[in-house]
Design a protein around this ligand. Structure first.
Ligand code: SAM
Length: 272
């Protein structure tokens, strides 16, 4: 039987029992943890979490589904169902001072990238520690790709600046009702921002990455010229360790950070 659903809200409900357990198992022992669930839907994952974690906060945009879950979990005070748009929710307001939460979700695929950016920011702010997320397989492949492989790009670099990414498992469309048109992959992210370690400032380095990856077919130098660096600036600062014809897709985060620091305008001296 196909469940009633709103395709616009990315409603493909998980019906594979082993998969919903495996998703929760991927967070390990959560008996002392606060968990934020994104898009609980009919509660496939929520139900398992509720029995295992210390506190559960689930954010669901669909009014009918939020009401259904509020009724279902009415006698479980550790479970809080909030009717809300995750992207309009400040995750800081959900977590007590000094505490970190973990995030779980079979994501609404139409806003996967925006949710990832929101979680990277929350990871940097020390609000969340880990996330187990199901997303479209192609997106997961990009998030977890290593430099030099076909799928590596801006999303991979951004994700890997913010988190250690583990690729867990992939599910066929038949694991959902209604079945989506795509395969789905579950990733686990440990938020460990690398900005301090690589000695770069987050805002400047994120903007630099966007410029480096602006056009996939162009070399890194060409992308940086389009971004406004002069050929003189580039040749003066270009590190010997990076081939002049390199594309951003072939470089790891360490050489990218070296290049960013080399291209930074010099710090003003005390006398200037
Ligand atoms: N967790 C359930 C499951 O695994 O069966 C449902 C997953 S379904 C792929 C995505 C869920 O996210 C839907 O319940 C949908 O209504 C909800 N959703 C869509 N957009 C949302 C948003 N902006 N904020 C919060 N929830 C959203």
């Amino acid at each position: 039987m196909q469940m009633k659903h709103k395709p616009k809200l990315g409603q493909n409900f998980l019906v594979d029992d082993a998969a919903r357990h495996a998703i929760v198992d991927a967070l390990g022992d959560i008996s002392k943890r606060t968990i934020i669930e994104i898009g609980p839907g009919h509660g496939a994952i929520t139900e398992i979490l509720a029995g295992r974690c210390h506190r559960l906060i689930a954010l669901e945009l669909d009014r009918g589904l939020a009401a259904e879950l509020n009724f279902r979990f009415r006698d479980q005070p550790q479970v809080q169902i909030i009717e809300a748009d995750v992207l309009k929710t400040d995750l800081r307001t959900l977590v007590s001072e000094g505490e970190t939460a973990d995030v779980i979700g079979n994501l609404p695929y139409y806003i996967t990238s925006d949710i990832l950016l929101q979680l990277f920011a929350a990871g940097s702010a020390g609000i969340i520690a880990r996330a187990v997320l199901m997303m479209q397989r192609e997106v997961a492949d990009r998030v977890s790709a290593a430099p030099g492989v076909r799928d590596y790009g801006l999303l991979s670099a951004t994700a890997q600046m913010n988190a250690q990414v583990d690729h867990l498992f992939t599910l066929p469309p038949s694991a959902f009702s209604p079945p989506p048109d795509v395969y789905s992959t579950v990733l686990r992210l440990h938020f460990q921002p690398r900005f301090a370690e690589l000695d770069v400032d987050p805002i400047g380095f994120n903007a630099f990455l966007k410029r480096c990856f602006a056009q996939k077919r162009k070399t890194l130098q060409n992308n940086l010229r389009v971004a406004g660096y002069t050929p003189q600036q580039l040749s003066a600062a270009w590190p010997e360790s990076i081939p002049p014809q390199a594309r951003a897709e072939s470089l790891g985060l360490e050489p990218m950070a070296v290049l960013y620091r080399a291209l930074l305008p010099p710090e003003p001296t005390r006398d200037s």
